[in-house]
Design a protein around this ligand. Structure first.
Ligand SMILES: [Zn+2]
Length: 475
């Protein structure tokens, strides 16, 4: 039984003094976390992550294989979709003798899940009192992704482990969280007023990531002081925008570490953020289905993947060393997803990291594949080119590129105060022609605030259908 909704409501409606009291007792926080996540299993996973981090890779894979074999047997016996799939492929659970054998199964996308939705639930488990999150596919059919206690424990345990991994023991300090974050954001479904309450369960002060602007950042800065906040979690683009504000206002904060996730973190963004706050930025990768969790260590040389999920690369879509990232969580039994992809592209290194940890590392995550801008000849342009505009062109507060089906591009710009519109439009135009080799028609439009079609704080969206772009709902 996962009481996240009930505890979320208590957080939402309790006065701050009560929440502070609640958060000041370690035992009370531990109890609320157990109720919230449906048990204390996350502590076991945190322990495992720490214990196994220096094991030889072969021993880690042995551990994973055992978990996967057990899960596959469960899928075969209890999950209709997989019973059928295994029969169709002429496979038995005993055919999965090593982790590579998983590749006998096809890659699963969100749309596959939506097409066969009821068949993904284990017949021997109940859906009630489980964590679920709404999502939609190409046709916009809504569906709930369900996570049971085991899946939540693995995910939260590895989040806690990342807190331990940081030299600053981030977990013990308070956080400013730009919300819509996995399980935690569910605490705060209502984004009005902008600031929600403090949550004793996560130690976080939540702020809605949209709309962003000076008034939001002013409040962020005030809350950082008031709550003695020492860490920040958020989308890189949101944290970057906040960093620019901090820089512009010449503010000093006591931030010790920043975790960026849910979209690509570019080096240009990282250096601006690190300079503004005077601390390290850690890149974090996860999926809203909670089937993978990977985070940078202090060496910042790729993202260590925690062992509850087996991750590999499906190169058939992109290239030899780089491909779609495919993952299987061994901890998810209610709605298991074998070889699931969220469409992100990247590579993996299995070499031991300079930090001494042996967990494989995700590298070169190229972002949601639909972020690539497509040229009429089928070539594509990496979104990093566009993310760099506000970093490298002075006077841009916010920018958004929307490519239409006919390849033309709408560029929406929020300019900084006192900047000449015509001049800025010319600079952007020249740069855009260069980036796109002059083959894309475009228009630059100034606005006070940007309305994005996607929920994530993207800079680039394309409506052109291409192999590289995952099918999705049009905004
Ligand atoms: Zn490392």
């Amino acid at each position: 039984m996962m009481l996240y909704r009930e505890i979320g409501l208590l957080h939402e409606y309790s006065p701050y003094w009560l929440l502070r009291l609640w958060g000041s007792s370690d035992r009370l926080v531990a109890l609320s976390r157990r109720l919230y996540y449906g048990g204390g299993g996350y502590r076991g996973w945190e322990e495992k992550c720490r214990k196994m981090e220096r094991w030889p890779l072969s021993k880690i894979e042995e551990f994973q294989l055992k978990g996967i074999q057990k899960l596959v047997r469960h899928c075969y016996e209890n999950v209709p979709y997989y019973s059928r799939l295994f029969k169709k492929l002429g496979l038995l659970p005993s055919d999965i003798r090593c982790l590579e054998d998983l590749e006998k199964l096809p890659v699963l996308t969100k749309n596959d899940v939506l097409d066969h939705y009821p068949e993904f639930f284990a017949r021997n488990m109940s859906k009630s009192w489980k964590y679920h999150q709404q999502t939609s596919g190409t046709t916009g059919r809504p569906a709930m992704f369900y996570r049971d206690e085991g899946a939540a424990a693995a995910f939260i345990g590895s989040c806690d482990y990342f807190g331990m991994m940081s030299p600053n023991e981030m977990r013990k300090t308070r956080a400013l969280i730009f919300s819509r974050w996995a399980i935690w954001s569910l605490l705060y479904r209502r984004y009005n007023p902008i600031f929600s309450r403090f949550s004793p369960v996560t130690g976080g002060v939540y702020v809605s990531d949209l709309p962003l602007g000076d008034s939001t950042f002013e409040l962020c800065a005030r809350y950082i002081k008031k709550f003695n906040i020492q860490r920040i979690y958020g989308f890189p683009s949101a944290v970057y925008a906040f960093a620019k504000y901090v820089e512009r206002k010449n503010l000093s904060t006591n931030i010790k570490a920043i975790l960026c996730g849910s979209e690509i973190l570019y080096e240009g963004q990282r250096s601006v953020i690190e300079k503004a706050f005077g601390c390290e930025v850690f890149d974090w990768y996860t999926s809203s289905e909670c089937v993978v969790n990977a985070c940078e260590c202090e060496k910042h040389a790729g993202l260590h993947i925690t062992p509850f999920s087996v991750v590999n690369i499906d190169p058939s879509k992109v290239g030899k060393a780089v491909g779609r990232i495919v993952f299987t969580s061994m901890a998810s039994y209610l709605m298991p997803l074998l070889r699931y992809t969220a469409g992100d592209v990247g590579s993996i290194t299995y070499k031991r990291c300079a930090c001494g940890r042996s967990y494989p590392r995700l590298r070169r995550i190229e972002g949601r594949t639909n972020d690539f801008v497509i040229l009429p000849n089928g070539q594509y342009i990496h979104p990093v080119k566009f993310y760099m505009y506000p970093v490298e062109i002075k006077g841009i507060e916010d920018i958004y590129f929307l490519q239409h089906e006919d390849y033309s591009m709408d560029i929406s710009v929020v300019k900084e105060k006192g900047v000449d519109k015509r001049e800025l439009a010319q600079i952007i135009g020249r740069r855009f022609s260069k980036t796109t080799r002059g083959v894309l028609p475009f228009s630059v439009r100034f606005t006070d605030a940007i309305r994005r079609s996607s929920k994530k704080y993207r800079i680039v969206d394309t409506k052109v259908v291409s192999d590289l772009n995952m099918p999705r709902k049009r905004g």
